[in-house]
Ligand binder design. Sequence first.
Ligand code: 1DF
Ligand code: MN
Length: 351
Amino acid sequence: MTHELKTGGDRGYLRIATEEAFATQEQFDAIMRLVKEGRADKGTMSLWGFYGTSASERTTFIRERLLDLGELRIQAMDDAGIDKAVLALTSPGTQSLFDPEEARRIARSSNDQLKAACERYPNRFHGMIAVAPIDPEWSAEELKRGKEELGFHGVQINSHTHGHYLDEEQFDPILRACADLDLPLYIHPQGPPDGMIGTMVEAGLDGAVFGFGVETSFHGLRMMTSGVFDRYPNLQMMLGHGCEAIPYWIYRHNYMHQAGVRSKRYERLKPLQHDLFHYLRNNVLATNSGMAFAPAIKLMIEVMGEDRVMYAMDYPYEYLPDEVRWLDDMDIPAEQKKKFFQTNAERWFKL
Ligand code: 1DF
Ligand code: MN
């Protein structure tokens, strides 16, 4: 142990964790009903079949911690030196549900419960809005309520909705609302859709270990290559887990994307106003959730710029106070470290 972890800024910065999860009992029950009936998609069957029923130490801890928006969570934050958490309804949110009415009800109720928790701990908790992408028009209205009435700071969408992606036309009301309301759009992973999951479950690689990242970087790239950010130049998309590896890949993504566009290889790929580096540096924000790994963080800062990379813990799926110590000890300039832990989150979430 290199140093004690304290809240309050004893190292010259506050620590703001930006991808922290909670569940509501109704959400949990609705997903588990689909899982028990065998009606959920394969990714949800695998993920919630495990987290919802396993008696392991890990899953027991996570189930208890997801449902708590009170003292347990505050104690965990205190113990790890986390000053503030930006909270969102855990993956898959409402997106595995098939009934739009149920999805709307659960999203709305989750927003109300999160608002109450933020009022109980105004200096510790901030909220991201939950929506029901199966109903984009309703979701756009809920974004307005979430920002204007509940005072929330962004929206978390758990990647695909039954295999559909936010760059598709039917989701335009959601993108427009984010742009109009100046709400960052956090695209968080869930299990890959049935059309993508292939043999990942048999391989034990569908979840956070790999499948999450592949599917979510696919989503992020769809957004970057389809002209979304030409339509909405001020829209900010957030990606966790080391920006889902896009900064590492971006040179090749960009080169091959341009080669494909030039040679008119795909009907869908039209010339864009900018190259992919431009969108990465103007429309994408990243967190290091689940990647307490200095080489990945330094790469993000180098490629995206020091103003676009933020800290996240990913509690309760990742809760290792030692990771905070490693990141405190990262060999980057002090001003960059303060941006990473504190001021970038304040700026982009408007805290
Ligand atoms: C896991 C990881 C599950 C993350 C999550 O939601 C989640 C996991 C169900 O470890 O299985 O949000 N995560 O963001 O890394
Ligand atoms: Mn997460």
